[in-house]
Design a protein around this ligand. Structure first.
Ligand SMILES: [Zn+2]
Ligand SMILES: [Zn+2]
Ligand SMILES: [Zn+2]
Length: 151
């Protein structure tokens, strides 16, 4: 059952895709709806189970990854590299440009919250990293700890 807040978010996601010249197909839309309705991030294999339970259709692992990658490329979802799971973007209904996402991941209940890092903080971080001679490619930050409910 798709909640009304989810269907509004899906409409906005569709508009974003239209702007970007890509198509939010039925399967991509369903995948995003599942991510939006899950409280914690899901792995590709969990997505396959959820998809089957909600829509009675089996996805291959390849098509699950393909849809998830599409959503990540369009910043409708994010991949949490440290746990190898996916979560819907919290800013689909916002008008502002997407900041570099920073994730706060609770290691007890697996909840994730997305916070944008201020650009100057990031520039400072990059400058310091560069000084050490290290070259950064993935700039997404994932911080692990306990959420306020679990402390
Ligand atoms: Zn986001
Ligand atoms: Zn926002
Ligand atoms: Zn927690």
């Amino acid at each position: 059952m798709v909640q009304s807040s989810t269907s509004k978010t899906l409409q906005n996601a569709e508009a974003m895709c239209l702007d970007a010249g890509v198509r939010l197909t039925m399967k991509r839309k369903r995948t995003l709806a599942l991510l939006l309705e899950e409280e914690s991030p899901v792995s590709a294999y969990e997505l396959i189970d959820l998809y089957k339970a909600s829509y009675g259709e089996s996805l291959t692992a390849m098509s699950a990854y393909r849809m998830l990658n599409f959503l990540v490329e369009e910043t409708l979802a994010h991949r949490l590299n440290s746990v190898n799971k996916y979560t819907a973007c919290e800013h689909i209904n916002c008008n502002h440009a997407h900041d570099l996402p920073q994730f706060l991941i609770c290691d007890n209940c697996q909840s994730v919250s997305e916070a944008g890092i201020q650009k100057h903080t990031l520039d400072q971080l990059k400058a310091d990293v560069l000084k050490s001679g290290f070259s950064m490619d993935n700039q997404q930050l994932e911080l692990h700890g306990l959420c306020s409910n679990c402390q």
